[in-house]
Write a new protein. Structure first.
Length: 243
């Protein structure tokens, strides 16, 4: 499997089962499912405005959600932006990843992060036409992070387990992309699209694990390469292990 092709096509089963062109299918999916159902549920009259809203959301995948800024950029109210996001959540188009409440005596960010569930739809909205275009795209890292978060989320959903996934960020800039809270410990996961694992990619895991309990003594690095195993006690997990 090629990572950029998987990110660009997404993982809707019909695309792969029937060998359908991803661009054509995703465009049809957006028109007949997302636009139609959102229009019915949210009583949207101006589809051009909603299209702009979706594209603005796509450009924010992997970022903290600021509804006021999102609404202002789109030309709708904060209330409308919140309503549209809620409908997209209910339709499993986007997911809001909550911040973890544990602060380790530090001030932590309280806003959720916005993610699309499928990177194929995300790439379609960003008008990324081919996997080759994705290789050099400025949002490649955010798209890879979106892919990993979406696959972990689906893994828990398919097993009927309420999502134990969070992120952690404090006001000094320290951040962990994903936290798995199993009720006893907090397992940190860092998500990096780099194909080569370097020591610097483990900085966030080192820092978080050093905070002590309930932080786990080791973390997991999910990366865009093929290397697996351990480094400095942290687990290395290639992207293929998420699929």
């Amino acid at each position: 499997m090629d990572l950029d092709r998987v990110l660009h096509q997404g993982l809707f089963p019909r695309i792969h089962d029937k060998g359908i062109d991803a661009g054509d299918w995703l465009a049809s999916y957006y028109t007949t499912y997302v636009e139609r159902d959102v229009r019915d549920l949210a009583h949207i009259g101006d589809l051009d405005l909603f299209q702009r809203f979706m594209q603005l959301c796509a450009g924010r995948s992997g970022q903290l959600l600021n509804l006021s800024a999102l609404g202002s950029d789109c030309g709708v109210s904060h209330t409308t932006a919140r309503s549209w996001i809620s409908v997209l959540q209910a339709m499993f188009v986007v997911h809001l990843l909550p911040p973890h409440h544990r602060n380790f005596s530090k001030r932590v960010v309280r806003s959720p992060k916005l993610y699309f569930i499928d990177t194929g739809l995300l790439c379609s909205l960003l008008r990324i036409r081919s996997p080759r275009d994705l290789e050099v795209h400025g949002m490649r890292g955010a798209i890879f992070e979106t892919f990993v978060v979406g696959e972990y989320l689906k893994a828990f959903m398919h097993r009927g387990i309420p999502s134990p996934l969070f992120f952690w960020r404090d006001h000094t800039g320290h951040e962990v992309d994903l936290l798995v809270d199993d009720g006893r410990r907090l397992l940190p996961l860092e998500v990096k699209s780099s194909r080569t694992v370097t020591g610097a990619l483990l900085d966030g895991l080192r820092w978080f694990c050093a905070l002590g309990e309930p932080a786990a003594s080791h973390g997991v690095l999910v990366h865009g390469g093929e290397e697996s195993g351990e480094r400095e006690g942290h687990v290395l997990r290639p992207w293929m292990a998420c699929v």
